[in-house]
Design a protein around this ligand. Structure first.
Ligand code: ATP
Length: 435
């Protein structure tokens, strides 16, 4: 059974070192989180799994890493300076601020009595700062609110250097910043977060077919990395929900404990972005097809996902409680590519006689997998700890290992143990994990 309550995950995350409230020694900082030793590994695994599927396993997508600080011109062209805002209302009684589109019938979300709301105003979500030592006109810069603009402003550079032609994609993984009015629900909505975005450039006539293709492809990615299909759905946006650039958007939604929530948006951005940047920069941002002698501005299909939200969804879906040997246990049934550690190496006792072999096993497996090494406490408790952090396999080195050159491999999900010769351990793990 997946987690029913967000608190189950928030507590586990804190207790085991996935995510801590940011700057906790100062009382925490405004819905920000710092990722601990396990969270940092898991975030990296989410990003690696995405890059593997979207870039590595294909020949038509390249990866870039663009700047976070951007000049105003970028966002003038993209429309973010004019349009990237949420409607905001102030309460004249309690002095708090709410998003107008999240208020139901103008009722106070905190259930306060006597709240009086102002008319809604547009509140721009971009963080602005200054570059250089002197504040003033011409020094303004913005922290990017999405990674996408990096792909559009580099379109010509990538086209000239990568030998790709439409249909082809430019992908990027990195931090984005939005001055969200109502951050919350743990790492679901924060002001600083990471995105995994792909801009897929296609001949205009092929827009709709690639839109369908990416919807299917991206949904399957979540399923193949362990999220049950019934916890996911595709939701097509109604016409009045569409962003200013979109000719069609579909969200991949996950069944969070509080209801369906967006994990990823897939949008048909048409030629809006390239045309806008061409107009504002005076540069040519199009493609000349030598085969047909035609010049055209490619259409864009954009799957845009959030790393942190996806991590939350993986944790919630993987969470389970069961009974093993008459004792309740908590287990994270994470996919081996997503789990912080794939393997835990556990010498049965701390005795010096076992240490050299255990270290040898650790160093050889660590070349291929992220491994944990733990030699303290009773073995049962160590298994439980690994179950709770989602490690798919524990390898125990015992005194027999010194003579039979074999180890015990314990499976997280079934708790079944089997004896595997050291000589075939790597092949055994590769067969289990599929990598
Ligand atoms: P929402 O409607 O939830 O604010 P959005 O539609 O504005 O999201 P997009 O602009 O489509 O989001 O961004 C793509 C993805 O980036 C989202 O699906 C989400 O996973 C992630 N994302 C966006 N804003 C945040 C945030 N404040 N915190 C964490 N992740 C975010």
């Amino acid at each position: 059974m997946p987690a029913k309550d967000l608190e189950q995950i928030v507590n586990l995350a804190k207790r085991r070192g996935f995510a801590f409230p940011s700057a906790e020694i100062y009382g925490g900082f405004r819905s920000s989180y710092d990722y601990g030793p396990l969270g940092a590994l898991m975030l990296r695994n989410v990003k690696d799994a995405w890059v593997r599927a979207v870039v590595q396993m294909r020949s038509d997508v390249v990866l870039i890493d663009a700047a976070i600080l951007n000049p105003p011109q970028t966002f003038e062209a993209s429309g973010h300076l004019a349009n990237f805002s949420d409607p905001l209302v102030d309460c004249t009684v309690c002095k708090r601020r709410f998003r107008a589109d999240q208020l139901e019938q103008r009722d106070c979300p905190e259930k306060m009595k006597g709240c009086q709301f102002t008319e809604a105003r547009a509140f721009n979500l971009m963080f602005k700062t200054h570059a250089g030592p002197i504040e003033g006109a011409g020094t303004e810069v913005y922290l990017r609110p999405e990674t996408a603009q990096g792909m559009f402003v580099n379109f010509a550079n990538v086209l000239a250097t990568s030998r790709k032609k439409p249909p082809f994609g430019i992908a990027q993984v990195g931090k984005s910043f939005r001055n969200e009015i109502t951050p919350g629900n743990f790492i679901f909505r924060t002001r600083e977060f990471e995105q995994m975005e792909l801009e897929f450039f296609v001949p205009p006539a092929e827009g709709p077919q690639w839109y369908d293709y990416w919807k299917r492809e991206r949904l399957e990615w979540y399923v193949s990395h362990g999220i049950p299909r019934e916890m996911l759905r595709l939701r097509e946006h109604a016409a009045d929900e569409l962003s200013h650039y979109s000719a069609g958007t579909c969200d991949i939604e996950f069944l969070f404990p509080w209801g369906w929530g967006e994990l990823e948006g897939i949008a048909q951005r048409t030629d809006y972005d390239l045309t806008q940047h061409a107009k504002h920069s005076g540069q040519r941002l199009d493609y000349f097809d030598q085969a047909t002698n035609e010049r055209y501005v490619p259409y864009v299909v954009e799957p845009a996902a959030g790393v942190n939200r996806t991590m939350a969804a993986f944790l919630l879906a993987a969470y389970d409680e069961d009974i093993v040997n008459d004792e309740p246990r908590t287990v994270l049934r994470l996919h081996p590519r997503i789990a912080p550690y794939q393997v835990a190496v556990l010498p049965l006792s701390k005795k010096d006689t076992l240490t050299p072999l255990a270290e040898e096993v650790y160093s050889s497996l660590a070349k291929r997998y992220m491994c944990d090494y733990d030699e303290t406490q009773a073995i049962g408790r160590r298994y439980r700890r690994q179950d709770e952090i989602g490690t798919p396999v524990c390898i125990t080195i015992d005194f027999d290992s010194l003579t039979d050159h074999a180890v015990t491999v314990r499976d997280r999900d079934t708790t079944v143990q089997e004896r595997v010769p050291l000589a075939s351990l790597e092949a055994h793990l590769a067969a289990r994990f599929g990598f």
